[in-house]
Design a protein around this ligand. Sequence first.
Ligand code: SAM
Length: 276
Amino acid sequence: MDNSSQNSFFHHRARKRFGQNFLVDENIIERIVRAIGPKETDNLVEIGPGQGAITRLLLQRCPSLTAVELDRDLIPLLQFKFRDYPEFTIVEQDALKFDFCTLTKDTGAGERMLRIVGNLPYNISTPLLFHLLSFKGKVQDMHFMLQKEVVDRLSATPGTKSYGRLSVMVQYHCRVQGLFPVPPQAFRPAPKVESAIVRLVPHAELPYPARDEQLLERIVNVAFQQRRKTLRNALKPLYPDLDTEQLPVDAGRRPETFSVQEFVQLANYCAALEDQ
Ligand code: SAM
């Protein structure tokens, strides 16, 4: 059976609630896999293999791939399609709740870092990214298909329209590289939006470490709720009595103009105040 007859044999209809837009453009699939560059020895994990469009090429290069899929109706199709790969493992789980540390496979020669890939369900992409960042110490890199608008936000620089909480918090943890756009016609059913591929590489050492990452998150959150105000006014809900003249950054600027480094300087100053 070829690919499309296998898919129809298993009668799977794309489900909106699982964000199922299956890739059908072979050139795009090859380009994605080339960008990932899987190696036989990689500890590769695919989130949401779907009907196996990317999985097939990944397995040719890395037969010990692990896939995490929530839609249990897809499991028999994947098992049948890839029955010639005995090391291929399918975990039937919600990636949002899954403990990715369990896949770090300590083979005696030390833990093997994860390489995580996926054409992610767009309806859960932001919470999933934050969930994955909680395992960043175990992750070598991540390659994802996301809405282009989300990739623009991830890679945005200060002062641009797309720059916001997602840009600061993800760039705090990772080097972000937008790779290439993918048009709606590459999928079936076609999504209503443009998509793009992004590469995220967790920093081995944080360039600007925050003393308290939760405080950094709170400050960034509150700052971008009021992005058109000055920092001085934006911080009021969190620090009503803050002497903004003493801040290590200019409180007269708008939060959307602050770099990751400046947000960390601000958060570290506030952390020191809270310690007093
Ligand atoms: N990789 C396939 C492709 O490119 O054709 C499918 C991509 S489709 C956009 C997203 C996939 O993620 C679907 O297979 C869907 O069932 C799966 N999925 C949705 N929510 C999930 C979750 N919370 N955990 C794991 N997989 C999920």
